[in-house]
Design a protein around this ligand. Structure first.
Ligand code: GAF
Length: 387
């Protein structure tokens, strides 16, 4: 499978640039099992990699030219000059790969130019980290070809820098770390404060379960204002409480913290979500480690309610998925990723998967919505070289 993909992308590269690429790399999208809007608060997250990947065929150049092409976008290669790369200069898709080359240069890792051809199966705007996959695959290719010697964590930090400073989206570091560091059959319990991580076996199929991903097809973007406003609100909360980040508020200190915030209702809700969500990640880790995958269901529902009511990043379509799936017998369901559209995850008994999926599809039809895209996800491999 990977070999066929690598061969196809290498062949497209050859046709485009007239010679075989030096190598082919892949980086996956992700779903997040639990731990939403905690990563920019130094908190806990628990993503796993999807089988969907961004694939890059790349060769080095020595003339400072960066040629970028995507098989998923109309038009020929975009030609940029590495020395001229600057934040904010590029409003299109090329900002992701170009931002990585810029971030490498800022860190003293000189890319002397490259020809890049990309092709991705990660749905875009679906909350499944299509942009992080693009960043990570390019970072990994450059790291290998130019022998920078950077590990997964360093690559993830660099890619977040590209996304924050070059693209202008104020995201945390979960998506880039997931794409760079996840592994097959495992969910990643990540402490975003120091990027320490523990890989937790997560194999729903082995327990007669399925994890469905439901892409509502409501497109979302992180560079718009809402995500940044939530982030700024969390920072305000931390400042009012006199802590560095909301991670510093322990679960058993939540009531006291809320009391100190008085009638700052908006901030109180944000703080409550982040503190309880960190707790939910720890609960899910404990349940999975004791073999209780079914028991994580209620925690997923609670996480969704918190994102909907306290953090206010859900939308009617995501709520429809979660409500309908719950009524149709799902064990648990929640939005995944940044919200304001994108995808939800649904944990079901394998025997109920079709019934639940059909119920969700039926609810979308009845509401006059575009049909959702539904697929089963199992933890897949992280970023790697294919050829
Ligand atoms: C998006 C961001 F990119 C992540 O950093 C994270 O904040 C997530 O939304 C919400 O948990 O995917």
């Amino acid at each position: 499978m990977s070999e066929a993909v690598a061969e196809r992308v290498a062949e497209d590269f050859r046709r485009l640039y007239g010679a075989a690429p030096e190598g082919v790399w892949a980086a996956p999208g992700r779903v997040n099992l639990i731990g939403e809007h905690t990563d920019y608060n130094d908190g806990f997250v628990m993503p796993f990699a999807l089988p969907h990947t961004a694939v890059a065929a790349v060769s080095r150049r020595t003339d400072g030219v960066l040629r970028l092409h995507s098989g998923d976008v109309e038009g020929g290669p975009v030609e940029l000059a590495v020395p001229d790369l600057a934040p904010g200069s590029d409003p299109g898709w090329t900002a992701y790969p170009a931002g990585v080359v810029w971030a490498l240069r800022e860190e003293g890792h000189e890319v002397t130019g490259a020809d890049v051809h990309l092709s991705s199966t990660v749905p875009t705007g679906a909350g499944l980290s299509s942009s992080a996959a693009l960043e990570v695959v390019v970072a990994l290719a450059m790291n290998d070809l130019f022998a920078f010697g950077l590990g997964g964590r360093a690559l993830a930090r660099l890619c977040r820098q590209a996304e924050n400073a070059y693209v202008g989206a104020p995201t945390g570091i979960m998506d880039q770390t997931a794409s760079a560091c996840c592994a097959e059959g495992l969910a990643m319990f990540l402490d975003t404060r120091d990027l320490s991580r523990r890989q937790i076996p997560f194999d729903p199929a082995a327990e007669g379960l399925q994890l469905l991903v439901v892409d509502t097809r409501v497109k979302h973007a992180h560079s718009d204002g809402e995500y940044g406003m939530r982030r700024a609100g969390c920072e305000r909360g931390a400042a009012l409480l006199g802590v560095g980040t909301l991670r510093d508020i322990p679960y058993d200190g939540l009531e006291a913290a809320l009391a100190r915030l008085g009638d700052a209702e908006e901030v109180r809700r944000l703080v409550r979500h982040v503190v309880t969500e960190n707790r939910r990640v720890e609960q899910v880790v404990a349940l999975l480690e004791s073999g209780g995958t079914r028991a994580i269901g209620p925690v997923l529902f609670e996480g969704h309610a918190s994102l909907r009511d306290d953090f206010r990043v859900s939308c009617p379509e995501l709520d429809l998925v979660v409500d309908t799936a719950g009524k149709a017998g799902a064990l648990g369901a929640r939005m995944t990723g940044g919200g304001f559209g994108g995808s939800a995850i649904v944990l079901v008994e394998a025997a109920d998967a079709d019934t639940v999926a059909q119920a969700v599809e039926g609810a979308f039809t009845a509401a006059g919505l575009t049909a959702p895209r539904i697929f089963t996800a199992a933890p897949s491999a992280g970023a790697r070289r294919l050829a």
